[in-house]
Structures are given as structure tokens and as C-alpha cells.
Ligand binder design. Structure first.
Ligand code: S3P
Length: 460
């Protein structure tokens, strides 16, 4: 027996909208929700996490931490977001799980929890669904092994399930990541907490820095060199092992990657005005907003301060900046994005491809190969789906070229069971002529449980 609904039950049909108005509710930031849960499990005592995203990915991390001995309780929520109370015996009180640690569809759970269990002196097995079993793990095995943990995986240590035999005392390393990956960086930094000495992670392109900010807010000194606060450029992160995290209550900002779907919907629809409240605009996460503005999107932004927690106030970069965003119907022009831009907007590339189909001129997205390692091969998936809707979109190697604007026509699209493709094609359906069908549409609930509800509310 399986609890997965039948394929047919999961498909959705989206009709074009005459107008779009309103304030879609957003899930709490997925990246921050995972990290807040993990750090709560590392700190002894009780932490309250308010407004975590209630997608299946974050639920997977919550389940893993419970299996390791933290008491994880859902103390509030509305189906889209959830408040968690996490009571932990502290890192040394966590214990071996009898069952596998089920990451489900979540690459973030897989990579971040590997870094966590590398520093726990027992046997752990991380596994997940069919998509997760195709996600690369060599990128975390290599650094965590050199820190002294033993790791093994299927297909010559390249694919999950992943076995980790951790140690409470690891070796500090100085490591340069090969692919820009905040997940790999975070796994190493989390393991670095259990290492003797100074752990450094160098990245050629700066990736999201939520782990670093959150560690700082919990009393850990994390240094950045060069010390610039904006995204982009090469950067090295260093922390001293052996320090204990303090427990802390955390408010999770709204997810900018979820907001990107509505920013594009509002910009490409001819009669739209949408407002998004309390969106996280961390410099390492806001690239998609900036690219859309560069393309001519009419987005206004009102800063509403930082979610700052502990450790020295706003200038310590321990908090997360927030803003309200309003988007209105726009005339877009093409944009040229290179590999560093792709890394900065790694989760937003599919929806930016949709924006490009409505932009005047030729958009190029170069060096997007990492998209093939996500919940699906997102290059193949987005190109097939948008082409089915009539877009002029081509791939050459890892480069995508889109020529616009093109009037899209509703058709059947395949999501490959990938939440970001499902939401991209649904937004396309709001402007396409006729009905757009989206197979396996319920995959949206991986990161955005109420997505289709919000979509229908906006046209009302
Ligand atoms: C994430 C990092 C990104 C992103 C993922 C979430 C994170 O992955 O695609 O959705 O929370 O650290 P990589 O850093 O591996 O590219």
C-alpha cells in the first residue's frame, strides 16, 4: 500500500485569470526553517520556532530530529506555516535512531543532517524518495570524511542511501567547495562545531548565508573574509569548534523563493497588483528580485527591519532583513545571466525562465548545470514544459536561451514531481490562452502547501 495519491488525482488544470489582485500568503522560508530546527536540536533546552514553512521538506527535518532524540512539538499552525517547540537534551544527549532518517524529497535535510550526524558518535542512515536517491552525495562525503567521520553510499559513494558513522570529536578542515552549494557549506560548518580547532569553508561564489547568521545569533563566532556584507564574489567562512549553541526563539521570514512565483505572476500578467508581506531579502537570497527589476519589473520594496535575535543587534549580521514587496503588471526586457547569477538564484531559475518568455529579446542563462541535480533535471523539465506552452526556449549543454515575448497557449505540462516546476507551469497557466494542465501538481506541497489555494484566491 502507498499513501501517495494516484497520478490522475494529483493533476490540476489552471485557467487564465482576467485580473490578479491581493496578498498571497507565503510559507516561512524553507532554508531558514530547516536550520532553525537543527540548531534547536543542537542547543540544550527549549526553542520556539514561529512561522516555519509547513512543507513536506521541513517536516522531514523535524522527523529526523525527533528520531535522534529531540522533542519536536507542533504548537500552532494553519496548514501553510507551523510553530514548533523543540526541547533538546543538547548535542551530547542525542541518540542513535532505530529507523532510517527519512529525508523524503528534501536535499536540504539530506545534506544538513549529514553534517549534524557526522558529529554524533553513532550509526545513521539517511534515505528518501526516488528523487532523493538520485541526488549527489560525494560532495558531502569528501569533506566530512576528511573531518574523521565514516561515510558510505550507493554507487561508489555517489548516491543515497547514505550511511554515516559519526564521532563526537572531529578534525577541523580548510575546505574549498567545488560547486557553489550552501548545503555543502552548512554541512561542514555544522560538523565544524564538533571539531577541534578552526574550520574554514571557502566558496568561489557566495551562497546563502543563513547558517552563518543563525550560528552567530546563537552565540557562535563565525568570521567572514572578505567581510563585505553583500552577495557575490569569493568568500571564506571560519568558526572555532567546541562551542555550545544557546537555545533561542526564532521567527521565520516569508520565503523569497516562494515569493518569486507571485513576483513573476504579477509582472507578466497584464492586469495585476500583488503584495507580499514580510519577505526575507537577505542579500544572498534576493538575486531573483534584482534580476526581475533589471528586466523592468515594477516591484516596490519597503524595508521593515530585521528579524534580529540575540548576539549584538543588526550590525552583527545575525538577523535576517525583511521587506514588503508589491509588483504590478510590467513590460519586461531580456536579461543575460552567467554561472554566478545562476548560483545566486538557483531555486528561481525555472520561474525566471517563464518571465523571460514574456520579455522582449533574447534571454541567455549560461552555466546552469547544477539545475540538473535538483529534485528533477530542472533544465530538461522547464524547457519541455515551457516549450509545450509555445515558448521559444532552447538548451545547448548547460545554457538556456529564451526568445520573447511569446503568447503562451495552454497545454499539458509534466512537473517530473518537482515542486518548483509545478508552480512555474501553474503561473504560466494564469496568462496562457485556454487550460494548462499540470501533472503531479501536489508536489507543490513540498515547499508551499497552500500554493493552489492562493492562486485561486488571487483571481477572485
Ligand atoms: C538550500 C541550498 C540550495 C537550494 C536548496 C536549499 C539550502 O541548494 O537549491 O533549495 O537551504 O541551503 P545547494 O546549495 O546545494 O545548491
Amino acid at each position: 500500500m502507498t499513501d501517495a495519491p494516484l497520478r490522475g488525482e494529483q493533476s490540476r488544470s489552471v485557467q487564465p485569470a482576467a485580473r490578479l489582485r491581493g496578498e498571497p500568503r507565503l510559507p516561512g522560508d524553507k532554508s531558514i526553517s530547516h536550520r532553525a530546527l537543527i540548531m534547536a536540536a543542537l542547543a540544550e533546552g527549549r526553542s520556539l520556532i514561529s512561522g516555519a514553512g509547513d512543507g513536506r521538506d521541513v517536516q522531514a527535518t523535524a522527523g529526523i530530529l525527533a528520531a535522534l532524540g529531540a522533542t519536536v512539538e507542533r504548537v500552532g499552525g494553519d496548514g501553510l506555516n507551523v510553530d514548533y517547540s523543540v526541547t533538546s537534551p543538547g548535542v551530547d544527549g542525542l541518540h542513535e535512531s532505530e529507523a532510517i532518517l527519512d529525508c523524503r524529497n528534501s536535499g536540504t535535510s539530506l545534506r544538513l543532517c549529514s553534517g549534524l550526524v557526522a558529529g554524533l558518535p553513532f550509526f545513521s542512515v539517511l534515505d528518501g524518495d526516488a528523487s532523493l536517491r538520485s541526488r549527489p552525495v560525494a560532495r558531502i562525503i569528501e569533506p566530512l570524511r576528511s573531518m574523521g567521520a565514516a561515510l558510505y553510499a550507493r554507487r561508489s559513494d555517489s548516491l543515497p542511501p547514505l550511511v554515516v558513522i559519526g564521532r563526537s570529536q572531529l578534525r577541523a578542515i580548510d575546505f574549498e567547495t567545488r560547486v557553489p552549494s550552501a548545503q555543502v557549506k552548512s554541512a561542514i560548518l555544522l560538523a565544524g562545531l564538533r571539531a577541534e580547532g578552526r574550520t574554514t569553508v571557502r566558496e568561489a561564489v557566495a551562497t546563502r548565508d543563513h547558517t552563518e547568521r543563525m550560528l552567530r545569533s546563537r552565540g557562535i563566532e563565525v568570521r567572514r573574509e572578505p567581510a563585505a556584507s553583500s552577495g557575490g564574489g569569493s568568500v571564506a567562512w571560519t568558526l572555532e569548534g567546541g562551542s555550545r549553541l544557546s537555545s533561542l526563539d526564532q521567527l521565520v521570514p516569508a520565503d523569497p523563493s516562494a515569493a518569486a512565483f507571485w513576483l513573476v505572476a504579477g509582472a507578466i500578467h497584464p492586469d495585476a497588483e500583488l503584495t507580499l508581506r514580510g519577505v526575507g531579502v537577505n542579500p544572498t537570497r534576493r538575486a531573483a528580485i534584482d534580476f526581475l527589476v533589471r528586466m523592468g519589473a515594477r516591484i516596490s520594496e519597503t524595508a521593515i527591519g530585521d528579524v534580529v535575535d540575540a548576539a549584538g543587534g543588526p550590525s552583527s549580521e545575525a538577523g535576517e532583513p525583511l521587506a514588503d514587496l508589491t509588483v504590478r503588471s510590467s513590460e519586461l526586457t531580456a536579461i543575460d545571466l552567467g554561472p554566478a547569477d545562476v548560483a545566486a538564484a538557483i531555486d528561481e531559475i525555472p520561474i525566471l525562465c517563464l518571465a523571460a518568455t514574456q520579455a522582449r529579446g533574447r534571454t541567455t542563462i549560461r552555466g546552469a548545470g547544477e539545475l540538473r541535480n535538483k529534485e528533477s533535471d530542472r533544465i530538461a523539465g522547464v524547457v519541455a514544459g515551457l516549450a509545450a506552452l509555445g515558448a521559444r526556449i532552447e538548451v545547448g549543454g548547460d545554457d538556456i536561451t529564451i526568445t520573447g515575448p511569446t503568447a503562451l497557449v495552454g497545454a499539458a505540462t509534466q512537473t517530473l514531481d518537482d515542486h518548483r516546476l509545478a508552480m512555474t507551469f501553474a503561473v504560466a497557466g494564469l496568462i496562457a490562452r485556454g487550460a494548462t494542465t499540470i501533472d503531479l501538481a501536489e508536489s507543490a506541497a513540498v515547499s508551499y502547501p497552500s500554493f493552489f489555494l492562493e492562486l485561486e484566491r488571487l483571481r477572485a
